[in-house]
Design a protein around this ligand. Structure first.
Ligand SMILES: [Zn+2]
Length: 256
């Protein structure tokens, strides 16, 4: 299945291939996927595993930006379980405790913050008194930084590792130091960079009927982050989309 790179979150700026290939997994592939899935708490290995799951099908994905690959990880799982590109969510309302059901549709609910082509060329920043250039890392760029942390496990936070990978420098230890120990204005700068390049999907807001009597501006709703859906996607699907009687018919046990 081919996806136009112009439809990816980055808009495909700077890619020298028009499409990438991402196909739904077969049952056999899902079984293999789940059998080899790294342990629950090991987010770094899980991320690497999901990246490999994509690049095994299309090597060009190594040259895609991280923001696009994050989307493709989600997309591959979504097309695997749903032809219509929808899936069901059940969330407990924090106010009344009722279950809220919502069908999520790729076109309507998964909204990307548009990435401004002007920022795709990178920026110049000053962090802890050091001047740096930032790049928009592709998976290949990111791997240079990521492998380091996969080995050393000095950091387990994927968000911080991704942020470090934005900064181009011959002094990786200094960059790590400057990011980890950032204070004041530097924190604002790093959050802005992270927001610009990685938090590219808007959270989904779900509303409960207990707020129906409130004025629209007073309704808060429940916010679901798409990131949390991506990490445990198949488990979510299994919990929220149980097989119903239309797919499987249990034989009645005769009671004599
Ligand atoms: Zn409620």
């Amino acid at each position: 299945m081919n996806i136009l790179v112009s439809q990816l979150p980055s808009g495909g700026v700077g890619y020298n291939f028009p499409t990438v290939s991402v196909s739904p997994m077969t049952f056999y592939e899902i079984t293999k996927y789940l059998d080899n899935l790294p342990p629950e708490g090991d987010l770094l290995s899980k991320y690497l595993y999901d990246i490999k799951n994509l690049t095994n099908e299309d090597k060009n994905i190594l040259d895609c930006y991280i923001m696009d690959v994050d989307f493709l990880i989600f997309y591959k799982k979504l097309i695997t379980v749903s032809e219509k590109l929808t899936f069901n969510l059940t969330i407990k309302c924090p106010n009344c405790g009722k279950d809220i059901r919502k069908t999520i549709t790729l076109d309507e609910d998964i909204r990307f913050k548009g990435v401004d082509p002007a920022v795709m060329g990178g920026t110049e920043i000053e962090l802890n008194g050091h001047k740096y250039e930032t790049i928009v890392p592709t998976i290949n760029d990111f791997m240079g930084v990521f492998q380091n942390y996969l080995r050393s496990r000095r950091l387990e936070d994927l968000g911080i590792i991704k942020t470090i990978s934005l900064i181009k420098s011959p002094y990786p230890n200094q960059v790590e130091d400057d990011v980890l120990n950032a204070t004041h204005d530097d924190i604002t700068l790093l959050l802005a960079l992270k927001d610009l390049y990685f938090d590219s999907v808007n959270p989904i807001t779900v509303h409960c009927s207990c707020e129906n009597n409130k004025k629209p501006e007073e309704r808060r709703g429940v916010v679901v982050s798409v990131d949390s859906l991506i990490t445990d996607f198949f488990r979510e699907i299994y919990i929220h989309n149980p097989i119903d009687g239309s797919k499987i018919l249990f034989k009645q046990v005769r009671e004599d």
